[in-house]
Design a protein around this ligand. Structure first.
Ligand code: AMP
Length: 583
């Protein structure tokens, strides 16, 4: 059994330089416990039985050793990852792709039911180093001999208990029996029911075990709530919470160094005094940030686990787990930053539906129920603003010398033949212009989920500035970017039928062309292609790189939308709803 403490760094693991570089760019600071417990065994070629759920970092635990061993000159499947759902297959493929960003000509192919067989056959013929797929479809291809696993070195069963629950276990066994006998197997499962143990016993050779232990801890002084991430974007949810929560100082936990900076920047842009705290900052800078928090010149620190270790500031009233921690121990450390010196503390946890198992584990470990919370409504926010404004007015009346201003109002009223009430209304409006007492109603939460604007209406893409395409959330994004630049529309030859989502497109453009995500504008997905708005000043060099970029195993063949001679030549079907379905 492995300990849950992560005592070493990524560079101490023997993984190749291009992978270390990618990890550092993505912003991981240290291996998560399951990574620390799994990676050395997998690198040494052992079979592995890993007990870990979503959110623990298990994908990198198997992806990094696989990528470390991949022979890029051999374009045949060297690793196969089986996942219970198409959604997970895509996520895993995306994770591999991001770790492999510095591996030249690396190809990974997700295959799952529901996707056009023709497309898959074509992609399989082109070849890939790694296949990620759902059991049914992988079996189909093995039977048709369109997938050849003779060169397979590693097989991963991801979320094996889910595959069992969904009735795929016979398919999984069939696949195991149709792979070369000497391949390495890594089996990951959140729970270890008997049927999974049996599979492990039958197929794994002398496996090493890696698991995350759940220790219990008391956190009585801290009241815990969670918000089930649904509909609204996490940033939007956080801003609403910040509006109504009565907080003194707050620590917000995210997973990566990059995320600390991005989120701190976004909160600052919204008027909060926020700063990032991560392992890249020198000790002196970290101390300075903590000092500022103590002295109240800073109210919010956005931190990684490592950077916030041991932080002891009495005025921290709230801990927000913006990204769920990878284990219960990290959670207990995080929320222990509040409720200090006999005070009460509040902990808020954002949980995505697929992370609910971790929520259960946390409740068990802290032996406390975590209450579900709902996002403050627009009315709640309005009430709170009114209340704060009232307090401000009353304390101004009490504490300031206002005779000059009274004279001014009196004079203006007389001159313009207005009542003092009219003037007070206008001045209230002006005083709260940036923070209206009656905030504009945003679209219902469900519409906010399309962060990068999955198209909702079956209109042909036009040359348009991203912010003209929709409602308020997009306008917010533009403001966030702080730019007013004109965008140019491009067409990419990957679409929904290839399983692409806006995230892959942003990832590929950011990585290949070095265009930061915040400058990548509106993305629309269609069945056969997609469109993206890029800054008008995108360099030729960046475009050249994009011309050679592949996403989801396909060259994207980027070109100007305006170059489409006859305008939209493809019949544009209504974009399908994103389905999250097995197989
Ligand atoms: P997973 O459990 O594989 O679904 O990973 C959950 C999330 O944790 C993903 O967003 C990963 O990018 C992130 N993650 C994985 N490993 C690390 C790490 N060592 N440091 C920070 N974040 C990580």
């Amino acid at each position: 059994m492995e300990s849950t403490e992560t005592s070493f760094t990524f560079s101490e693991l023997s993984i190749s330089a291009p992978l270390l570089r990618a990890i550092s760019e993505i912003g991981y600071e240290t291996p998560s416990p399951i990574q620390a417990a799994s990676i050395p065994h997998l690198l040494a070629g052992h079979d592995l039985l890993g007990q870990a759920q979503t959110g623990t970092g298990k994908t990198a635990a198997f992806a990094l050793p696989i990528l470390n061993a991949v022979d890029l000159n051999r374009r045949e499947p060297q690793a196969l990852v089986l996942t219970p759902t198409r959604e997970l297959a895509l996520q895993v493929a995306e994770a591999f792709q991001s770790y492999a960003r510095h591996l030249r000509d690396f190809h990974i192919l997700p295959i799952y039911g529901g996707q056009s067989m023709d497309v898959q056959l074509r992609q399989l013929r082109r070849g890939a180093h790694i296949i990620v797929g759902t059991p049914g479809r992988v079996m189909d291809h093995l039977r048709r001999e369109s997938l050849n696993l003779d060169g397979l070195r590693t097989l991963v069963l991801d979320e094996a208990d889910e595959m069992l629950k969904m009735g795929f276990i016979d398919d999984v066994e069939w696949i195991l029996e149709h792979t070369p006998p000497k391949r390495q197997i890594a089996l990951f499962s959140a729970t270890m029911p008997e049927a999974i143990r049996k599979v492990a016993k039958r197929h794994l050779r002398d496996p090493k075990e890696a698991r995350i232990e759940a220790k219990t801890a008391t956190v009585e002084a801290i009241s815990q709530r969670y918000w089930l991430v649904s509909g609204a974007h996490k940033l939007d949810a956080l801003t609403r919470i910040l509006e109504v929560e009565d907080f003194d100082a707050m620590i917000i936990f995210v997973r990566t160094k990059v995320a600390t900076e991005e989120l701190a920047e976004k909160l600052s842009a919204r008027g909060y005094s926020a700063a990032a705290l991560n392992g890249d900052l020198s000790q002196a800078l970290r101390e300075k940030a903590v000092e500022r928090l103590k002295k109240k010149s800073l109210d919010i620190l956005v931190a990684t686990d490592v950077a916030a270790r041991g932080l002891d500031v009495e005025r921290i009233s709230h801990v927000v787990n913006y990204d769920i921690p990878y284990d219960t121990e990290a959670y207990v450390h995080r929320i222990g930053r509040t409720g200090r010196a006999g005070r009460k503390g509040e902990a808020i946890l954002f949980v995505a539906p697929r992370e609910k198992r971790m929520l259960g584990a946390i409740e068990k470990a802290t032996r406390q129920r975590i209450r579900e919370m709902h996002l403050p409504s627009q009315q709640d926010i309005a009430d709170r603003r009114v209340e704060q404004f009232r307090e401000l007015v009353m304390s101004t009346l009490e504490n300031e010398e206002l005779s000059f201003y009274s004279n001014f109002v009196q004079h203006l009223a007389k001159e313009q033949k207005l009542t003092a009430l009219d003037l007070a209304a206008a001045l209230t409006f002006l005083a709260q212009k940036e923070r209206p007492l009656l905030p504009a109603l945003k679209p219902p939460a469900s519409e906010l989920s399309h962060d990068r604007g999955d198209a909702k209406t079956p209109r042909a893409p036009r040359r348009e500035r991203p912010e003209q395409a929709g409602g308020e959330p997009r306008e917010n994004r533009r403001r966030e970017k702080g730019g007013d630049e004109e965008g140019v529309l491009y067409r990419l030859e990957v679409g929904r039928n290839d399983g692409v989502t806006p995230r892959e497109i942003v990832g590929a453009i950011a990585n290949e062309a070095g265009i930061p995500g915040r400058f990548i504008g509106h993305i629309k997905l269609y069945d056969e292609f997609s469109t993206v708005t890029l800054p008008a000043d995108t360099t030729k060099q960046a475009l050249k790189k994009l011309e050679k970029t592949w996403i989801m195993g396909k060259p994207i063949q980027i070109r100007l939308w305006a170059d489409e001679k006859a305008g939209p030549s493809v019949s544009i079907r209504k974009p399908r709803k994103k389905a999250v379905s097995p197989e």
